[in-house]
Design a protein around this ligand. Sequence first.
Ligand code: C6P
Length: 403
Amino acid sequence: MDVQKIRKDFPILQREVNGHPLVYFDNAATSQTPLQVIDVIADYYKKYNANIHRGVHTLSQEATDAYEAARQKIQKHFNAAHAHEIIFTSGTTHSINIVSNGYEQLLVPGDELIVSALEHHSNIVPWQMLCEKSGAVLKVIPMNEGGVLLMEEYDKLLSEKTKLVFVNHVSNALGTVNPIAEIIEKAHAVGAEVLIDGAQSAPHIQADVQALGVDYYVTSAHKLCGPTGIGMLYGKASALNRLPPYQGGGEMIAEVTFEKTTYAGLPHKFEAGTPNIAGGIAFGAALDYINSIGMTEIAQYEAELLAYATASLLKIPGVKIYGVAPEKTAVISFNVQGIHPYDIGSILDKMGIAVRTGHHCAQPIMDYYHIPGTVRASLSFYNTYEEIDRMLEALKKAIQMLQ
Ligand code: C6P
């Protein structure tokens, strides 16, 4: 992997922040966008901006073809059996809400849902809302001090009452890679379905939805070099067909009269209204870009960056890293003894270094550690060892100033 060549694809990486060259270590919040994707968006608006699935005119057909080609790219990338099992959504949050909303009619009071202690609020709150409406009960797989799920506790939670298990593949706050193959297999053994939140894994780990046998897999394009406002819900056709539509409107119908409406088949049933057309096409382009580099190459390089950054950080007195699972993506959540994470983040920013501070929309994890938040450096394949060194130097200065 030629990282210097790759970096030229990302104009934003050439800019300065507060008089320093930008070091962008907030990739878990959103990744940067390469020219190859930016150009696809500009091309759409310059050459064939039109509504899709509606027009007989040439522009509409070109836009429809590009949008549906993107759906097929996504299908191929995640190895879904059919393109109609890929639903375009506005992102992971929207995808989860489609399933949680639809599940209301599949549950009876006393049914159980299982979540993990390592979740983002997007994979907690919609299910709590569902429990309130349906009378279902939410059970939590606990974690240990290292940020690893206690699988023996998961075994104890599973029963014939379990209807759905939803966990992330990778924790956004700690980087832990969860054993999703085992989680899925055990859930299926008691007849429960599984939703995997792939928001943090899709950029780093190739997911094969058929090999996993997962019922639903969701992610956001902006985590993998695509634009914001677009994502996907993969669902097995049999699973999606059980769910009612999430929103009513144009394009999701088969026939409408004032007496009754019948719904379109997959994927349109879940795609009411004019979608984010440029975003969908750009999602496909983003996958093309990532695949041109190679998921395996990306994972290997990021693992090396993680090892280097972790070892270097631990040499700084007072640093504590949260999340030390043996299997991790390149996310380092840390604190420095006696210093608030927000203060470190602010000083790093003054030196051109972008990290996220706070609870990372994962408050239960912070509560577990009894901390207000962490400093989170999340790395990507376009980051370098030199950038890690710059963060470490800046961090040492910040500690001097704050202690
Ligand atoms: N996490 C972070 O800084 P949306 O916002 O819908 O694209 O993704 C939500 C989401 C769901 N699950 C996980 C595991 C996530 O990490 C995220 C987004 C960002 O960690 C922004 S809060």
